[in-house]
Design a protein around this ligand. Structure first.
Ligand code: ASP
Length: 734
């Protein structure tokens, strides 16, 4: 006798099952057996009534199932009769389908001592049955229909005489139930199979849809159930499941397993409805992107090479040693199809797009993968507004946010974003703003601010947090002092001095707080308050140091305060363009300029005209699309003339020879009448992550890698053999 239901091993369940009547052994006698249940004693029934609510995830009341069981205390079973013609028996056995009139092959498995397991009902032959209906598509309008369903057993419930199961496919799940007495000739056999079902075994069920007595509002198909007329076990689970797939399981749920276990068992992890939903959302987003680009704007999808040439595009390349070229020659996997899409414009393709896989060998973070997917777009003969309009339409169609986000999207210059939010991807779901105080504090004697302002590229900024009405959520000094969460966040982002803080007094003119700071700022208190528009009682948080560090630290502090004060509306959608990025960023460590976007971005025309030979201070015609504080895309107008492109290469310290060697083909293409062009790319993984409300991009990628770049399922990267390496002219150095 089975004493455990997989995944529901509560004490009460076990008691219930132990109380269950013994089933008669079947199939071995080749006779027709009529039997009556004998264990419907009052105490057993009471116990079962009590237990039912523990094993039924549906809203069904326990009494109903006890009653159902009582209705069926007399049961009939028909087994294979020896008199059945041999041919017919063979035919039935081939599919091990149990209908009201056929036998099963269980006699063989019983003989092997396997007992009442699902395995005995699986045919030794393969079959590829079809279905008429998807499990999740049934509703009240389907009542009376005869359907055949295929799927996985999500959960089985044996009420000691009446068996239920939920059968799940990619569309949802539906409850199946053994028929009432007298409906099927072979009901006992069907019951036996139903009772043997284990989570995740694969079945085909033929039955009739009927209205449920006890409706389950929590599932889409909860108004109906399928009364089983025949059932076929197509496959079983022969290994214990690492976690439960069923969403109705509270314990053993995949969400409670470590990500490592989920990634190792990705096949099963993806089978979970939540993960399948993410994949479907991803597919839907990409489908809409393709649709809008092709049908509304006449774009053409063109594939570009995956084996390409190494280029310095910012991140480290993934290299692929080339067997047929000279030793040391490598292909590089594309960081993006940037140069190919620009050359396609020179070729006259006019409007290109691609759902492109990109590869960057960077240090990985939660929202980064070594390979990721971009919707990559390029178009000729258009200005920045034209390109941004296409990107906005793509975003709206992919996200379905037509009603929530209006076109044209909000725009903010990079300079404003950095000044007010310390970030080029500000989260505008909440307001907290910061202000640079360099001019106000130019004569300050307060030592930390004074010394900061004496160095180049440095700032003192203040973030205003009005928590005066926040009651018990008001930000305490303990959080702001050394070892406090906010202070430590600032220090961890590089601000050596942490955060200085004080409050605006009720008079709205003076400051209150630590003596040193308040006295040090006394002379310019009014100016600070006015410039930062800080209301009385508000908290002022100062950070001083290199501007880059100050911005990073205050951005972090801004987010921390917003979450402490519950300022982020989870239903808000803050979408904006950040425009006018600088052409170059100064790399303090390497003491050189590098392209802020990529070196093919066009300079702002005014800035270029003003100083065509020194572009280091120029703005770029570049734009980033930001959604709830996450950069989900970006692009630019491109340089389309060789002379201008050469100037940009020079600005980032690339010699003429190096430029010729690395990008000669692009420079040459520009000499054959390149059209003015521009484009953008949208990060599909990040966008879908936000649309699904997922916490990590790994939850929206079918087979992602860990933060150390490993695939735990296939165990990639794997070691190449010495022979393989030798062919590539590579020798292992131990
Ligand atoms: N290729 C750029 C990127 O990958 C996007 C673009 O400018 O189109 O970020």
């Amino acid at each position: 006798m089975r004493i455990r239901i997989l995944g529901t091993t509560t004490k009460t369940t076990n008691i219930l099952l132990l109380l269950r009547r013994r089933r008669p052994s079947t199939s071995t006698t080749h006779t027709t057996t009529t039997y009556t249940t004998t264990t419907s004693s009052r105490s057993a029934r009471m116990m079962m009534s009590f237990c039912c609510s523990n094993v039924m995830p549906s809203s069904s009341s326990s009494q109903n199932y006890s009653a159902a069981r009582l209705r069926r205390t007399t049961m009939k079973t028909t087994t294979t009769t020896a008199s059945q013609p041999r041919k017919e028996r063979q035919k039935n056995n081939r599919r091990t389908i149990v209908t009201s009139s056929l036998s099963s092959s269980s006699s063989e498995s019983s003989a092997t001592g396997e007992g009442n397991t699902t395995k005995q009902f699986v045919s030794s032959l393969l079959s590829w049955p079809t279905r008429t209906t998807l499990c999740g598509s049934l509703d009240i309008s389907s009542v009376g229909e005869k359907v055949s369903l295929c799927g996985w057993v999500d959960k089985q419930r044996d009420m000691g005489g009446i068996c239920f199961a939920d059968v799940r496919d990619h569309s949802g799940l539906v409850q199946i139930i053994g028929a009432a007495e007298g409906v099927c000739e072979n009901q006992a056999k069907i019951d036996e199979i139903l009772s043997s079902l284990r989570s995740e075994c694969v079945v085909k069920v033929v039955g009739v849809v009927r209205e449920r007595n006890n409706k389950n509002k929590n599932i889409k198909t909860g108004e109906v159930e399928v009364e089983v007329k025949s059932i076929e076990v197509l496959n079983v689970v022969s290994k214990s499941l690492p976690f439960s797939i069923s969403e109705s399981e509270k314990s053993g749920n995949a969400e409670k397993s470590s990500e490592e276990v989920r990634l190792k068992n990705r096949v099963l992890d993806l089978r979970r409805p939540k993960m399948l939903k993410n994949l479907r959302r991803r597919h839907e987003a990409i489908r809409q992107m393709r649709k809008v680009l092709e049908e509304e704007f006449d774009f053409m999808e063109i594939e570009t090479p995956v084996l390409s040439r190494p280029t310095p595009e910012g991140a480290r390349d993934y290299l692929v040693p080339a067997r047929t070229a000279s030793a040391g020659s490598c292909y590089a996997l594309p960081q993006s199809p940037q140069l190919f899409k620009q050359m396609l414009m020179v070729s006259g393709c006019d409007r290109y797009y691609q759902v492109a896989r990109c590869f960057r060998d960077e240090d990985l973070r939660a929202d980064r993968q070594p390979e990721f997917t971009q919707l990559d777009v390029e178009m000729s003969f258009t200005d920045a507004d034209g390109i941004m309009n296409v990107a906005e339409r793509v975003f709206l169609e992919a996200s379905g946010m037509h009603k929530k986000v209006q076109q044209p999207f909000r725009r903010m210059t990079y300079a404003e974003a950095m000044e007010k939010y310390g970030s080029d991807k500000p989260d505008l779901r909440f307001d907290l703003e910061m202000t640079t105080l360099n001019d106000v504090l130019k004569d300050t004697e307060f030592p930390p601010f004074k010394s900061a302002l004496e160095t180049s590229r440095s700032s003192v900024k203040v973030l205003v947090v009005d928590d005066s009405q926040a009651g018990k959520n008001k930000i305490s000094n303990a959080k702001l002092k050394p070892k406090g969460e906010i202070f430590e966040d600032a220090v961890n982002t590089g601000s050596a001095n942490g955060v200085f803080f004080c409050r605006v007094a009720e008079d709205g003119k003076t400051l209150e707080g630590a003596k040193g700071l308040v006295e040090g700022l006394a002379k310019c208190a009014e100016e600070i308050i006015a410039k930062s528009t800080a209301p009385p009682g508000s908290l002022l948080l100062f950070v001083a140091g290199k501007t880059k560090v100050v911005n990073t630290a205050l951005d972090k502090v801004r987010h921390k305060c917003a979450s402490m004060l519950n300022l982020i509306d989870p239903k808000a959608h803050a979408v904006l363009w950040v425009t006018d990025f600088p052409m170059f960023e100064y790399n303090e460590d390497e003491e050189r300029f590098e392209a802020c976007h990529h070196p093919f971005t066009a300079p702002n025309t005014e800035d270029y005209e003003k100083n065509p030979d020194d572009l280091t201070e120029a703005r770029a015609i570049a734009y980033d699309l930001v959604y709830n504080g996450v950069e989900i895309g970006g692009g630019s107008l491109r340089i389309y003339r060789r002379d201008v492109q050469e100037k940009v290469f020079k600005a980032i310290g690339m010699s003429t020879e190096e430029a010729e060697d690395k990008f000669g083909y692009l420079l040459e293409a520009f000499q054959y009448g390149a059209p003015p062009h521009g484009g953008f790319a949208i990060g599909v993984d990040r966008l879908v992550m936000l649309l699904c409300g997922a916490k990590s991009i790994r939850d929206v990628i079918a087979f992602p890698k860990t933060t150390t770049g490993q695939c735990l399922l296939t165990r990639a990267p794997g070691e190449a053999t010495t022979e393989q390496l030798a062919e590539l002219n590579i020798r292992r150095i131990d």
